[in-house]
Design a protein around this ligand. Sequence first.
Ligand code: LMR
Length: 397
Amino acid sequence: MAAFFQSLAPQAPDALLGLIALFAADGRAGKIDLGVGIYRDDMGATPVLRSVKAAETILLREQPSKSYLGAEGDARFTALLSDLLFGSEPAFADRLTGVQTPGGTGALCLGARLIARAAPGATVWIGSPTWPNHEPIFREAGLAVRFHRFLDPATGLVDLEGMLADLGEARPGDVLLLHGCCHNPSGAQLSPAQWQAIAGHCLRLGLTPFVDIAYQGLGDGLDADAEATRRLVGQVPEALVAYSCDKNFGVYRDRVGALWVSAESSAAAATCRGNLLSLARVLWSMPPDHGAAVVRIVLDDPALRADWEAELAAMRARINGLRASLAAGHPALAPVAAGRGMFALLPVGPDEVGSLREEQAIYMAGNGRINICGLTQASVPALVAALQPHLRPAEGK
Ligand code: LMR
């Protein structure tokens, strides 16, 4: 019998997730993990949030059943999260539909499959650089992917002109992937005027935005981080929004997310919903419950919600404090202060990333992305000192 698996090409392990094992195996004292994006406190730990632990206790005590909920998952969870993201009763509420998904990746995959069903010839435009999982998610759904400029490598700032020029080649019906806030990998923020220019471009060119928002509350605040998504979805006839609770609720391995589609009308939204449910049924039948139930309990209980918001504010303050300290360490690192969210892109190449790992036990993604939370106020000077020989001397003066 033919060995059909022989046709499979070997796959390199995921470089970002691979850093977890590499770091764990490194026995050097003082090693610094700036790899995968997880929040760490000043002790380097990623404890379960107080509010989440309290909600888990309630869930354990009060959960009446573990019977199936259906392909949409926990509807109350999605409704509460929808309020958090879009505000209560947004103008587009009647043409918006959402379902729970296994994490933000599940939301992106589900959205990609919906696009492939609705418009198989669509090209998904993605800014460069981006999260390395974006491209394969859309390609695996059978969609074409093209990249547009997003960040000017010389300045570390958003290159809106380059972005809009590249998008001049997009065709009506194409999809534009956008990071709702806290850009991964750079932390670069679009200004309200830049968001407005992008919305205008989508309307003019007939592009459907697909917003990936995975860090609400970790940039400037819950409402501030959602503002651009709210405005954009309100302005365009159709949009998709993928959401992750991994970071803002710290429920990484529980896989908690949601996908919303805003359609041209409430009837179109209902048809989209039917398609989302049928796709979800095939992909995972129904999403895992535990983490979403916990998030639902937190958001539904005023005291727990207030405590979660306080915990989130503390995480945000710590991240922004580390940004300021790092930026003050060297003029070439100045753009780090203006960025938001967990990530910053250091001006170092793959060889320098390799030598920082080998010689200094400092771990970061191959493109120079660091997880700011992996730093402490005490380790910032060590990072700056290790980077010193690699930063452009002219900028260091
Ligand atoms: C990251 O970018 O480090 C995180 O979003 C984790 C992941 O899944 O890649």
